[in-house]
Design a protein around this ligand. Structure first.
Ligand SMILES: C[S@@+](CC[C@H](N)C(=O)[O-])C[C@H]1O[C@@H](n2cnc3c(N)ncnc32)[C@H](O)[C@@H]1O
Length: 254
């Protein structure tokens, strides 16, 4: 009975995640959703900025705290370890849904494109989401979103964890999922003040979180192999390591 409940909980968390993820595409792209980043009634500017930063901070705090190994260890004292990842996914999705619900539009236009440029930016927008989606499969989509864990628990198998991945997109940058998000957020044919605030804050959060939180943890968990990987593969800007090597070499040539 307990195993079935764990299974149902994990599946429910995954379904809510899928809804939140798909809604994100419509929310950021102003496509086919009832409430998007630029829709709704506008409030005074300062009020909107404060509410929107507050909403993004709730997501950032939930995401940062719950992803730390110490927190994961602590929470596993109170819940079945098999649902730790599902719980993280569920709360992240709820924080996202809260952003969509309470987001205050700020519709002053920062840039606007049309014709071929607008089309190109729309293509890049979808490519960004595609990079996110494909990258999750390169690590292990079902483990990342807690389904493997609840299945292993159901089958009385030992819990496994995602293996360190350095292939496919992970050969080009160390954080393709985050790169995909950054691409999708910036590639806006029409950029409003609200969308820009969202994009600047999330980009800053992503860069800080991967440098000071995620990579610190990965170095502790994986060790030397991750340090080597950091030397060889750029963090988020594809092919930037080659530029760095050339830069370091050039003074010697002169
Ligand atoms: C939401 S994913 C983001 C992964 C990565 N930051 C990216 O942008 O592609 C976060 C999880 O991926 C794991 N992770 C990060 N890099 C990894 C790699 N190269 N191989 C396997 N897992 C990785 C982290 O330990 C964390 O549990």
């Amino acid at each position: 009975m307990k195993k079935v409940l764990v299974l149902l909980y994990g599946i429910a968390a995954y379904v809510i995640f899928l809804i939140a993820f798909l809604y994100a595409i419509g929310f950021v792209g102003n496509l086919m959703v009832p409430k998007s980043i630029d829709s709704g009634e506008e409030a005074p500017l300062m009020q909107s900025i404060l509410i929107n930063i507050g909403l993004l901070s709730i997501f950032a705090m939930q995401h940062s705290i719950m992803a730390r190994p110490a927190f994961k260890k602590w929470i596993k004292r109170f819940i079945n370890p098999a649902i730790e990842r599902s719980t993280y996914i569920l709360l992240s999705s709820l924080a996202l849904l809260l952003i969509y619900w309470k987001w205050q539009p700020m519709t002053t236009i920062v840039w606007e494109t049309d014709g071929a440029i607008a089309m190109l930016l729309t293509v890049v927008f979808f490519l960004g989401w595609l990079v996110v989606f494909l990258s999750t499969f390169m690590i292990s989509h079902f483990e990342l979103f807690g389904l493997t864990q609840i299945y292993e628990n159901f089958k009385d198998q030992k819990l496994t964890y995602p293996k360190f991945q350095t292939n496919w997109f992970y050969k080009i940058v160390r954080h393709p999922i985050m790169l995909g998000f950054i691409i999708a957020f910036w590639a806006a044919p029409t950029m409003t003040l609200g969308h820009l605030l969202f994009t600047v804050v999330t980009t800053a959060y992503i860069l800080i979180a991967i440098k000071f939180l995620e990579e610190k943890d990965l170095k502790k968990i994986i060790g030397k192999e991750y340090v080597e990987y950091q030397k060889q593969v750029p963090m988020i800007v594809p092919f930037s390591k080659i530029v760095n090597v050339e830069n370091t070499n050039s003074p010697q040539k002169v």
